[in-house]
Ligand binder design. Structure first.
Ligand SMILES: Nc1ncnc2c1ncn2[C@@H]1O[C@H](COP(=O)(O)OP(=O)(O)O)[C@@H](O)[C@H]1O
Ligand SMILES: [Mg+2]
Length: 206
């Protein structure tokens, strides 16, 4: 990968934790400081890999759980390396904010498959495009569920038992990666402005 001039910041957390909300604020904050900012998300919406993944996640297509794990890794490699992708944006000096990246794979895909294998699948993404910062918005499952109550479509991951396991997985992998990845764990229970105060501090630290 070409030299990185911009910064790559990833937002992680359960569905309903406030990622989309905080990413929008972060975008306004960073662009207010005079930087070019691009917002990305996974799975990608406009790419074949992402479209297939969304069908699998909706539960319409039944599949072996190793398939979404492999597809997420494939979609991520495309996300990084495609024309206009993360690597190109970073070498152009842009700030890139991504709604989810490989820590999501570790937390979600390892529910049904081996974590070491999921990490191996993502080792190239980590090697060529390690984020400068992961911001994990930490909210308990009850908070996530109450914030999701209004949402129309529920993906297969959004059931309580599963959310509890994903939440535990997130903390397990964050502990495991503490020497390798730069991860800010942020208390997401406060109001949006309170949470953003913490997000801002993390952004200012990179
Ligand atoms: N700090 C907060 N306090 C209360 N509600 C919030 C907060 N942050 C986000 N919300 C609301 O919770 C819901 C989920 O937030 P969202 O940003 O979409 O989460 P995510 O992108 O992580 O799924 C939305 O309706 C949003 O307006
Ligand atoms: Mg969102």
């Amino acid at each position: 990968m070409a030299e990185r001039k911009g910064k790559f910041i990833v937002f992680e957390g359960l569905d309903g934790s406030g990622k989309s909300t905080q990413i929008k604020r972060a975008e306004a904050y960073i662009s207010g400081k005079g930087f070019d900012v691009v917002r990305m998300s996974e799975p990608q919406e406009d790419r074949p890999t992402g479209k297939l993944l969304r069908e699998i996640l909706s539960g319409k297509e039944k599949s072996d759980p190793r398939l979404p794990a492999a597809m997420f890794a494939a979609d991520r490699i495309d996300h990084i390396t495609r024309k206009g992708g993360i690597a190109e944006l970073l070498s152009d000096g842009k700030y890139v904010l991504s709604d989810r990246f490989y820590i999501s794979s570790y937390a979600y895909n390892s529910l049904y498959t081996d974590l070491d294998w999921v990490m191996a699948l993502n080792s190239q993404a980590a090697a060529i495009c390690r984020p400068d910062l992961h911001i994990f918005i930490d909210v308990p499952v009850d908070v996530s569920l109450s914030r999701l109550a209004n949402r129309k479509s529920k993906e297969i991951y959004e059931r309580r038992g599963m959310l509890e396991k994903i939440y535990a997985n997130y903390h397990r992998v964050i502990d495991m990666l503490s020497g390798v990845e730069n991860i800010a764990v942020i208390d997401g229970r406060g109001d949006q402005a309170e949470v953003f105060g913490q997000v801002k501090k993390a952004i200012d630290s990179v």
